[in-house]
Design a protein around this ligand. Structure first.
Ligand SMILES: [Fe+2]
Length: 369
C-alpha cells in the first residue's frame, strides 16, 4: 500500500551549526557589517562562563564565523578544546591564556588590546581577564560552521583526545611574538603583540601607496593580513572568497561592495567596525579621514595550508584576474569618493595615481586603435 507524500516525515532540519547556536543559547548578529564591535550587545554564554554573541554576517556564508566574547573583570572562562580552528583579535582589555595538551605541553602567555593569537587546533585553552576593573573583549574568527556541518557530531568535535603535535608541542609552544619572515611580505607566528603597530611593507599592486603584511598563524588554514593606506586615497576594488573579516584598527572611511551587475552597497567605518565582503563581491576601501586607515583581515587563504580556490586578488580583471584597475573602474567610484571627501572637509591625494591610470588607458586605447 502506498503512503501519501504528506504522511512521510520531512528530511529538512537546521544544520548542525544552526542547532549548535540554538542549543548554546547564543545571541547571533547578522547583516553585512558591524558598526562598532566594542559596543555590540552580548548575551550570556553559560557553558563557557562569559558574555558572548556570534557574528554570522552575510559575507561569512557559513564558511567561518566570529565569536565576540567578553570576560568579566577578574573573570576566567571555562577551559575547552575543539576541532575547529580559531584566531583571536583582542578588542579591549588585557589578560592571559593558558594552553596545554594531553601530552603534557603547557604554556601561558599574556595579551593586550590589539594582540592577535591562535589557540592551536584541539589544544586546551583557558582565558583569564588580568584586570580587576575592566572587561576584556575578543573577536575570535573560527571554522566552527564548517567543522560542525562536516562532522555533525559534537562529541567528536569537543571530546577528541588527539594532540596535533605538528601545531602545538614542546618544540611549538612559543607565544612570545617570535616568528619567521618569508618572501612576499609574509610573517609567521603564534602571537602578534599589537596588530596596530606591526611593521608593514609596500604592496604597490593593490594601489595608492598601500602597505601590508600577510599573517600565517599557528599552522592554521585560517590566516590574516594587516593593510594600511594613506590619507586621501583608496584601494583598488577586488573580489575573493567568503569569510574575510575586515576589522578596522584605525582611521575613518567607507567601503563599496557589489556583486557584478548589481547595485552597490556602501558601508561607513571607523575604528572597531567590521565588514565581511560576500563571496565574489567586488569591494573597495576608501580613506576619508585625517590619518592612515589600517585594518586587520582574518580569513581563509593561508599560503602554507591553502584550503579553497586562490583568487587572483592583485591581477587586473582585464588579464583574467580579480582586481579592477583605477583606469577600468566605473566613473561613479571617483565621484563617490570626491563627494565623501568634500563632506569630511578632506582632499584627494589620488592625483598622481589618476595620471598614471590615464596614461595606461591612453596606451591601451592606442594599442587597440
Ligand atoms: Fe578583499
Amino acid at each position: 500500500m502506498s503512503v501519501a507524500e504528506t504522511e512521510l516525515p520531512t528530511i529538512k532540519r537546521p544544520t548542525a551549526y544552526e542547532q549548535w547556536l540554538t542549543d548554546e543559547g547564543l545571541t547571533v548578529v547578522e547583516g553585512l557589517f558591524i558598526e562598532d564591535l566594542r559596543t555590540v550587545e552580548l548575551g550570556t554564554w553559560e557553558r563557557r562562563g562569559c558574555r558572548a554573541a556570534v557574528a554570522r554576517l552575510e559575507g561569512t556564508e557559513d564558511v567561518n564565523d566570529a565569536h565576540i566574547i567578553e570576560i568579566a573583570p577578574s573573570g576566567e572562562m571555562a577551559p575547552e578544546r575543539h576541532l575547529y580552528e580559531e584566531i583571536t583579535y583582542v578588542v579591549s582589555g588585557r589578560g592571559s591564556t593558558t594552553v596545554w595538551n594531553s601530552a603534557g605541553t603547557r604554556t601561558t602567555f599574556e595579551w593586550n588590546a590589539g594582540s592577535v593569537f591562535s589557540v592551536p587546533l584541539n589544544a586546551y585553552a583557558q582565558h583569564f581577564n588580568g584586570s580587576g576593573s575592566q572587561p576584556a573583549r575578543f573577536y575570535t574568527v573560527t571554522s566552527a560552521p564548517l567543522v560542525m556541518r562536516m562532522f555533525h557530531n559534537r562529541s567528536f568535535i569537543y571530546d577528541c583526545d588527539f594532540d596535533f603535535t605538528d601545531r602545538f608541542g614542546s618544540d611549538k609552544d612559543d607565544f612570545s611574538g617570535a616568528g619567521t619572515a618569508y618572501q612576499s611580505r609574509v610573517w609567521e607566528s603564534r602571537f602578534i603583540p599589537d596588530a596596530a603597530g606591526i611593521e608593514l611593507k609596500s604592496w604597490a599592486a593593490r594601489g595608492a601607496g598601500g602597505s601590508n603584511v600577510m599573517l600565517e598563524i599557528a599552522d592554521n588554514s585560517l590566516c590574516g593580513h594587516v593593510s594600511e593606506f594613506p590619507v586621501g586615497t583608496y584601494k583598488k576594488a577586488h573580489r575573493h572568497n567568503a569569510g574575510a573579516h575586515v576589522i578596522i584598527l584605525g582611521g575613518t572611511g567607507f567601503s563599496l561592495l557589489w556583486r557584478e551587475g548589481e547595485p552597490v552597497r556602501k558601508v561607513d567605518w571607523r575604528q572597531g567596525s567590521i565588514v565581511v565582503p560576500p563571496e565574489r563581491w567586488f569591494h573597495q576601501h576608501f580613506n576619508t579621514g585625517t590619518t592612515p586607515a589600517r585594518y586587520l583581515a582574518l580569513r581563509w587563504g593561508s599560503k602554507k595550508y591553502p584550503l579553497f580556490k586562490q583568487f587572483l586578488i592583485d591581477r587586473p580583471t582585464t588579464e583574467g584576474g580579480d582586481q579592477i584597475e583605477y583606469q577600468d573602474e566605473d566613473p561613479s567610484v571617483r565621484a563617490t569618493f570626491e563627494a565623501e571627501l568634500a563632506e569630511h572637509g578632506a582632499r584627494s591625494r589620488m592625483g598622481e595615481v589618476y595620471e598614471r591610470a590615464a596614461r595606461l588607458q591612453d596606451r591601451a586605447a592606442g594599442q587597440s586603435g
